[in-house]
Design a protein around this ligand. Structure first.
Ligand SMILES: C[S@@+](CC[C@H](N)C(=O)[O-])C[C@H]1O[C@@H](n2cnc3c(N)ncnc32)[C@H](O)[C@@H]1O
Length: 274
């Protein structure tokens, strides 16, 4: 793994597809018969899982045949949900090659490869022409990106005039030190959660208008309580610990602690390019 950037190294498992294939087999399914609902517990790598994706993407109101950009798409859970629910096209990019390769295979299993293209790349240097996309979104990615001003400028470049950009990120709510590791970083060296004001300022400097903002702290606390109850009731083979690796339980515990101490909160921000 020595050629990977530190962030890609943090996310790379080495055998993720094999692990998901084994979990799917434990569900009693062949890969080709898997649905996006079967995969949701493992491929929605953000607080609130599929529920959060549904609530968030509905605010972008994707239309049939819209071309969406999923920035930091991970293994493509939100891309598949968007393509299937809204019958639109999605291009996903992600820094972590293993996530992209795994995501492509999951698109093949679910019969969505014709509507979704996943590519390895950086959010700060998007390999798309200006004005390509009808909408763009990112879920839980900005915590890995220090330069939010550069990110906003790059996203603005690839959007059409009037297009929406939706962000659902873990944001900083106080200056208190965070407990590490967390799902997006092992230490603070590659952890850059910004405040809502940091995001607003970066977006506005890139020319975006802020359309809506919503703090999802209470939703997140309910979500983690629900997860705890489910874990007590049933030992399911498929879930986010597969994507987060050996320290998954510590990362989740620290995130809950950071959240309940009021240091972080998941926040949605919707912006429009004039
Ligand atoms: C917590 S995961 C979220 C994945 C996906 N958005 C989801 O919600 O399931 C964060 C993702 O952001 C990606 N990422 C981090 N920094 C990035 C960057 N500068 N450009 C592209 N992807 C990045 C990581 O590789 C990882 O897949």
């Amino acid at each position: 793994m020595k050629d990977l950037s530190p962030i890609a190294r943090h996310y790379t498992q080495g055998n993720l597809l094999h692990t998901i294939r084994s979990a799917v087999a434990q569900l009693g399914k062949e890969p080709e018969f898997v649905t996006i609902d079967d995969l949701a517990p493992v491929d929605e790598f953000h607080i609130g899982g599929r529920t959060a994706t549904r609530d968030f993407l509905s605010q972008l109101a994707p239309k049939v045949d819209d071309h969406l950009l999923d920035i930091g798409c991970g293994i493509g859970g939100a891309s598949r949900y968007a393509a299937l629910t809204y019958n639109c096209r999605v291009s996903g990019i992600d820094l972590t090659e293993e996530f992209v390769a795994t995501g492509r295979e999951l698109c093949r299993w679910t019969g969505l490869s014709d509507r979704i293209t996943l590519t390895q790349g950086s959010a700060l240097a998007l390999d798309f022409a200006a004005g390509t996309f009808d909408k763009a979104y990112m879920l839980h990615v900005g915590m890995n990106i220090a330069d939010k001003a550069a990110l906003a400028i790059e996203v603005a470049r690839v959007l059409k005039p009037g297009a929406l950009f939706g962000i659902y990120d873990v944001m900083r709510m106080s200056d208190e030190p965070l407990a590490y590791p967390v799902p997006w970083a092992s230490t603070e060296a590659h952890s850059f959660p910004g405040t809502p004001e940091d995001y607003r300022a970066a977006l506005q400097a890139a020319g975006f208008e802020i359309v809506a903002m919503r703090n999802r702290r209470d939703f997140a606390i309910n979500f983690f309580e629900g997860l705890r109850e489910k874990a007590v009731q049933a030992d399911t083979p498929i879930g986010l610990p597969l994507t987060m690796g050996a320290t998954a339980q510590t990362k989740i515990r620290n995130m809950i602690e950071n959240l309940t101490r009021g240091c972080i909160a998941p926040v949605e921000l919707i912006a429009r390019k004039p």
